[in-house]
Design a protein around this ligand. Structure first.
Ligand code: ADP
Length: 465
């Protein structure tokens, strides 16, 4: 069974968030179920530089398709330097502004996906398409309006908040027919909606946890798309994300100070000491709380700052790794300056520090207001950092009272109470170890979710229509 995955980022080549982790880990996990995944992505400099034995396999109007391998992945790269040979982030310039031609850039990706689906590569055609997020979501619209036989499409929504909305003037330049600009087509709030188009035309829709799949059917978390999602509820599934348990394995992790497993938890203390030393935190017998996050309203980063007095009063320390909104970054920097040795804020992106926090923090804080799945709490379970999470989305599906602390509603007061409860529980060393061990015993791998995707693809395999 051959599947073409389409994504705008993939670990370890280019990553801004969990989407890259998922796109990078699913191919190997699906291979175990007999599904061969080839991944189409933009030819960013980092991707082209990593490509081994790249070979041009098709020429399109927007660029050429280069097939090759990198980091064990089977890739199809859309080489279009006028769109993708830019420094930094896939979506934004160095100043944090969206690239002005994002509609054209990701429409080119979707157009290329549609061309591959229709057989533009001699001798290779996928049996199904797996489209990730808005950047790939125009593909089913192109296939629909092309009105030619094509394989079935699955659209996976990693975050409904990112919708790919553009002004109506892009319709013609994107090669969409005038009659597509209706409520039953690609029109969305007076413009062109990439994610909306995908939700309308994909054969099946998935999102990354069962609870989020349910939450997005209601206005509160539906982000304006709940009506369309309700109309497609029969084709919507929630399949929980896993993590790559070879990348995230405390028994073999080269990025941490001391390796350990559930049977050697005392060794973990060396990572806690190394984390304190790295971040200039004072030695302490109290719990060291960690957080690894985009600093945004979604992630409850303001609640994190608000919780600091309660966290300190409970005898805790805090190590935050994150970047994002300037005001939220500043609030954490200020808190660190006001409480030297107790609060550390490392503003930026740092894969190595992320591993050390998972291996060294006693507990990991995830106070998200909404969370499609969340990966950091899965890593935390695997590393014995007890998760303290809001009861939303994938957090509610993956953490419970046996493995962590779950709070509701998502408010500063409820979060502070959960931190307090965790700090109190931490003083019972045996109970704490039992909680860590329970988390480490949970299966957070891709094995089960990949099986669910494989069944979904198998059900959709059909002669091209
Ligand atoms: P998101 O909504 O940002 O995709 P997820 O929890 O699904 O949230 O995935 C976030 C991923 O990015 C995790 O692998 C996490 O470890 C990583 N991450 C987030 N912020 C940072 C950072 N500042 N430095 C290193 N890794 C980070």
């Amino acid at each position: 069974m051959q599947v073409l995955a389409v994504t705008s980022e993939i670990f370890p080549l280019i990553k801004t968030g969990g989407l890259a982790d998922v796109a990078g880990a699913l191919p190997a996990a699906l291979a175990a179920h007999g599904v061969q995944v080839r991944t189409l992505l933009p030819g960013y400099p980092a991707v082209l530089a990593a490509l081994e034995a790249g070979e041009a396999v098709a020429t399109l109007e927007v660029g050429s398709l280069v097939a090759g391998r990198a980091a064990g992945l089977d890739l199809l790269v859309l080489d279009a330097p006028w769109f993708f040979a830019r420094p930094g982030n896939p979506y934004m310039d160095g100043g944090g502004a969206d690239w002005p031609d994002n509609a054209q850039r990701f429409a080119a990706l979707c157009g290329a996906a549609a061309a591959v689906a229709q057989g533009v590569i001699p001798g290779w055609q996928p049996g199904a398409l797996h489209l990730h997020d808005w950047q790939a979501a125009l593909t089913p619209a192109y296939l629909h309006y092309a009105a030619r036989p094509h394989p079935a499409t699955v659209l996976t929504v990693h975050n409904l908040a990112f919708q790919g909305w553009f002004p109506p003037a892009v319709l013609g330049p994107l090669g969409l027919p005038p009659d597509s600009f209706t409520i039953d087509g690609v029109e969305y709030n007076g413009g062109v909606g990439f994610l909306k188009a995908g939700l309308r035309f994909a054969d099946r829709i998935t999102t990354v946890s069962p609870t989020y799949a349910h939450e997005i059917l209601a206005p509160e978390m539906g982000m304006g798309l709940d009506g369309l999602l309700r109309s497609r509820a029969d084709q919507l599934d929630g399949i929980l994300n896993g993590i790559d348990t070879t990348v995230w394995d405390p028994a073999t992790d080269a990025l941490i100070a001391a390796r350990y497993d559930a049977g050697s938890l005392p060794k973990r203390a060396r990572n806690t000491a190394a984390l304190r030393a790295r971040l200039d935190l004072a030695p302490s017998d109290g719990p060291l709380f960690g957080a690894i996050t985009r600093l945004t309203w979604q992630k409850g980063s303001d609640l994190l700052s608000e919780a600091i007095p309660a966290l300190l009063a409970a005898g805790g320390q805090l190590a935050v790794l994150g970047s994002g909104d300037a005001a939220l970054e500043a609030a954490l920097r200020d808190a660190a300056a006001a409480h030297p040795g107790q609060i550390a804020a490392w503003i930026g992106y740092d894969e190595t520090l992320a591993h050390l926090i998972q291996a060294g923090a006693d507990a990991l804080l995830v106070p998200s207001r909404f969370e499609p799945c969340g990966l950091t709490q899965l890593c935390a379970l695997r590393y014995g950092a007890v998760p303290v999470v809001a009861r939303v989305g994938g957090l509610a599906d993956t953490v419970d009272a046996a493995t962590g602390f779950v709070f509701a509603p998502v408010s500063a007061a409820a979060f502070a109470a959960a931190i307090d409860a965790a700090a109190a529980a931490f003083r019972d060393a045996a109970g704490w170890r039992a909680r860590q061990a329970a988390g480490m015993a949970r299966d957070v791998s891709w094995a089960a979710p990949a099986g669910a995707y494989a069944r979904l693809f198998a059900a959709l395999m059909r002669p091209p229509r």
